[in-house]
Design a protein around this ligand. Sequence first.
Ligand code: ASP
Length: 344
Amino acid sequence: MKRILVLLTGGTITMVRNHKSGALRPADVDTFKAFVPEMFAGDMEVEMLPFTPLIDSSDISPANWAKMANAIADNYNRYDGFVVLHGTDTMSYSASALSFMLENIAKPVVFTGSQLPVGVLRSDAKENLLAAIEIAAATSPDGKPMVPEVTICFEDSLFRANRTTKKNAERFEAFDSYNYPALAKIGIHIQFRTSLIRYPKSYHEPLFLHTPTSTDVAILKLFPGINEAVVRAVLATPHLQGVVLETYGSGNAPSAHWLYQALRQATDSGILIVNKTQCSTGSVDMGQYEVARNLLKAGVISGYDITTEALLTKMMVLLAQFPGDLERVRHLLSRSICGEMTVG
Ligand code: ASP
């Protein structure tokens, strides 16, 4: 019998409406379980691990990522798969962070949540949760886990976590993975696309945890008319180590000399700057236009087709993992370490 551990961190999926005030508040575990009795009715053993307090995911911090990663590591040998119930607002950040924190993961870690609270009649909570549990327990014909990576299960799709972005605040289809196809489609049957799933080379490697993170990072989004003082202020942030530079199209930026100079000074002082396009789909290519070549000359690294959520969390984990080893971090930022980008 498969054993699944469900971590409850909070978010709309864990909330019920107060009948008097109408406000949403986190349910206690027993109330939550009572809304979804089906989760214990399948042919697997499901246990819940509630975090206290349950929080809105807008309040998630790197300390919460570490708590989730530690809970998975502490229970790694006792369960076949893990489901993380999480608010949708920052789910892509948390799930991406965990994909970098859990090195050598060889069991499913499936994040899910819902757009409507569990207690609401039309809620998507039940179907998302039950699909996530089924996916966490699914095995291939050889008995190995079907999806041994960190994923997000939402509505009718299963995505690689570090490829996702929350795209919709209104519809049930809240997430997308613009640059990598879904790992499974969820309908009457769950159709796994095994050629797209990452399988570990060996199932015997120990799980390595990388829970410390550096928050000395920033996102700098370019826009027509951006002024020098704004750019210099961001780059002059005390202790800054890494910057996600959100550029146009295939990785282009204004050709203003001051911009090139400011970026060059920052990279010369040891700040790692990675080029991430503002487009949802497609990749950075800094060899294509003159305006992008300037960025290359300024020492900016290509982020290829990575998401902002994955790039930021990757930087945060790597900067803490290799403090002072800029060359190592630069090298790892330029390549895919767990399927988060398509290089080349
Ligand atoms: N604000 C909620 C959260 O992210 C939204 C949700 O769960 O859908 O926790």
